[in-house]
Design a protein around this ligand. Structure first.
Ligand code: C5P
Length: 271
């Protein structure tokens, strides 16, 4: 049995450059993997099986990115094998935290490890682009400057840790395509902070409560409150009192060494 941590991500900054002819948006963004994550369990088996446990529910079928990653890996490697997969889901969905993308990247890594690494990480990164714009990032070391749809990766060395970082999520989410559809390039602001997200204006248009939540968190004492990805979660730096209506997760940044997957955060905390 192979059990792997599947970290979420933050977009420490996210600039939208414009809409492309293929319908996607050209981005520049600094991605960072964090200690909030899911756990996936894999073992070679007589026949395929897939279970989801944990507090967050999501679809089990072929639309699930774990299944998409399994099907992609099998079609690329042209080798027949069966696998039993359990996803212990903790990362909120429709949160801009890349939870599904991370599960897909973790699945690609795990299948390669279970079969004794028949392909390189570079191959996995190339294949991952077919699964979604954010999947490739998770196969980097955990910090990367990303362009294109988000899938063109410039790996960076680990950033200095921010002493207090909390991810805050309201009890509603937003589908990524809706946020990009609502995005208006003319609403972009000139940002005077290192941390910002051009998609905030679109998400706030769709769910005005988000603007109030950001203001409340800033008034609660946090020094910086910025939406991650297409929302609806925010990452907050500093300290403050979080309203009880919001889910909150204290997090730290996580990384992996080239030869191994992300260690589970309890191990990383001790090292
Ligand atoms: O690539 P992914 O499947 O994660 O993207 C989901 C949707 O988000 C796309 O179909 C597109 O509508 C939108 N998107 C975008 N520009 C990006 C990434 C995603 O417009 N750079």
């Amino acid at each position: 049995m192979l059990s792997l941590f599947s970290p979420a991500k933050l977009n420490l900054f996210l600039r939208v450059i414009g809409k492309r002819d293929d319908g996607y948006h050209e981005l520049v963004s600094l991605f960072q993997a964090i200690s909030l994550g899911d756990t996936l369990h894999f073992s070679l088996a007589q026949k395929d099986s897939f279970q989801i446990t944990g507090p967050v529910s999501l679809p089990m079928g072929n639309s699930n990115l774990v299944i998409k990653a399994l099907n992609l890996f099998r079609s690329k490697i042209k080798k027949d094998f069966s696998v039993s997969i359990t996803l212990d889901k903790k990362v909120p969905i429709q949160a801009g935290l890349g939870g599904g993308s991370s599960n897909a990247a973790t699945t690609l890594w795990a299948l390669n490890e279970l079969l004794d690494f028949p392909v390189s990480t570079h191959d996995l990164m190339e294949w991952s682009k077919e699964l979604g714009s954010d999947v490739t990032f998770f196969l980097s070391g955990g910090t990367a400057f990303c362009t294109g749809r988000g899938e063109v990766i410039y790996p960076l060395p680990p950033l200095a840790e921010v002493p207090f970082c909390t991810v805050v999520k309201p009890n509603f989410g937003l589908p990524t395509p809706d946020v990009f559809k609502a995005f208006n390039i003319n609403d972009r602001k000139i940002h005077n902070s290192y941390y910002y997200n051009d998609l905030e204006s679109a998400a706030f248009l769709l769910r005005p409560a988000l603007a109030q939540i950001k203001e409340d968190l800033l008034n609660a004492g946090f020094t910086s409150v910025v939406m991650s990805g297409s929302g609806t979660s925010f990452f907050c730096f500093g300290e403050g009192v979080i309203p009880s209506s919001l889910q909150s997760f204290p997090v730290h940044f996580v990384h992996r060494n080239p030869a191994t997957w992300y260690p589970s955060p309890s191990i990383q905390m001790r090292s």
